[in-house]
Write a protein of this length. Structure first.
Length: 97
């Protein structure tokens, strides 16, 4: 995983061996390998929906900016932080272009 920002051309996809389930606007993810549960709230759950199939980081950001009233810069920072956290926990794969 890159030390700096994840390039917008990088592809992100949910890792295999995970189960996820929605509870209202929240999402619970179970890592079958570690047995650890993770929770995502509304926007995080929307991002999870987007990364079920391989998708570019820039496309995720553009979708979020169009769906939510959010400053593009803040969206970029928050998205970067979440994707790095998910990758560190083994929940997503990030493939550099």
């Amino acid at each position: 995983m890159p030390v700096g920002p994840i390039p917008e051309s990088a592809t992100v996809v949910a890792a295999e061996s995970l189960l996820s389930s929605r509870f209202d606007e929240e999402l619970v993810i179970l890592n079958l390998e570690s047995g650890i549960y993770y929770g995502l709230e509304q926007v995080g759950a929307r991002i999870w929906d987007l990364i079920k199939r391989p998708v570019r980081v820039g496309s995720i950001r553009d979708t979020l900016v169009s769906e939510y009233q959010v400053d593009p810069g803040r969206c970029e920072r928050d998205l970067q932080a979440l994707l790095k956290d998910l990758a560190a926990k083994g929940l997503v794969r990030i493939e550099l272009a």
